[in-house]
Design a protein around this ligand. Structure first.
Ligand code: DGL
Length: 273
């Protein structure tokens, strides 16, 4: 990245869909001076069951698009994209602050009282070598039970955070974890914080739910600070793009973000990059 990059340049954030808005919200809260760009790659959601090669290609395309828009830093607001693509992006853009995310195994291992932790995440995240390494590093002293959640991201993308159908699906994922004695559940996908209220109705109050959105925002703050890139503000309105149905993103933004801001389609992004 050029050394003359402006501190008031925007931060680029992407996810397979609207899940990353849970991270964007934490960034907005911690760093209100930062201007934010967000891509929902909804034309390709879910990433969870797709090949690492496919996801890596999406990461390259989305990163290039955000950099063309002037992003001074990138946040992969997606666990699945991070395990597949963050290493390659760091090789491609060695000077650029790039923040990925991973399931909160370390804080969960520290938090569990009974020594049993459950992880709700996508198949792609749970199958990855990066996740296995995370367990080796931080979970030697606890039992970790993993639970892929196929179909859950699709419910959230449909804006269905609380129907009977979503409840039944979620219950099917959570019950085995509770039966095995977990007292700490990791929300290892950025979509899942949006169903936290529903999840809380399915688990006893003694079970802690842990996600990493706030930690990612703090890591972004650290990296920008180190490079003297924290914005002076005021922030410009957040800008949003979807590779899928823009009307659907507008509706979801009203539900999950609170305003429709400025939404654009980037359907032709592939031909631009
Ligand atoms: N929200 C993403 C994650 O954190 C991806 C979900 C998906 O598209 O399957 O893993």
């Amino acid at each position: 990245m050029a050394s003359n990059v402006s501190r008031d340049a925007p931060v680029g954030v992407f996810d397979s869909g609207v899940g990353g808005l849970s991270v964007l919200g934490e960034i907005r809260m911690l760093l209100p001076n930062e201007s934010l760009l967000y891509i929902a790659d909804s034309g390709h959601v879910p990433y969870g069951e797709k090949s690492p090669e496919f996801i890596r290609e999406r990461c390259r395309v989305l990163a290039a698009f955000l950099l063309n828009q002037g992003a001074k830093a990138l946040v992969l607001a997606c666990n699945t994209a991070t395990v597949a693509g963050v290493a390659e992006l760091r090789e491609l853009y060695p000077q650029l602050p790039i923040i990925g995310m991973e399931p909160a195994v370390k804080p969960a291992a520290a938090a569990t009282k009974v020594g049993v932790v459950g992880v709700l995440a996508t198949t792609g995240t749970l199958k990855s070598a990066k996740f296995a390494a995370l367990l080796d590093r931080f979970a030697c002293d606890v039992r970790v039970i993993t639970q892929p959640c196929p179909g859950l991201v699709e419910r959230i993308e449909a804006g269905d955070l609380s129907s009977e159908q979503t409840r039944t699906l979620l219950q099917g994922f959570v019950t085995p974890l509770l039966e095995q004695g977990c007292d700490t559940l990791i929300l290892g996908c950025t979509h899942y914080p949006f169903i936290k209220p529903l999840l809380q109705t399915l688990v006893p109050p003694s079970v802690s739910l842990i996600d990493t959105g706030a930690a990612v925002a703090r890591q972004l703050q650290r990296l920008l600070e180190e490079r003297s890139l924290l914005a002076n503000g005021p922030a410009r309105p957040a800008q949003f793009w979807s590779s899928g149905n823009v009307t659907q993103l507008e509706n979801l933004l009203t539900l999950l973000w609170g305003d429709r801001s400025l939404i654009q389609s980037f359907d032709n992004i592939e031909s631009d990059c």
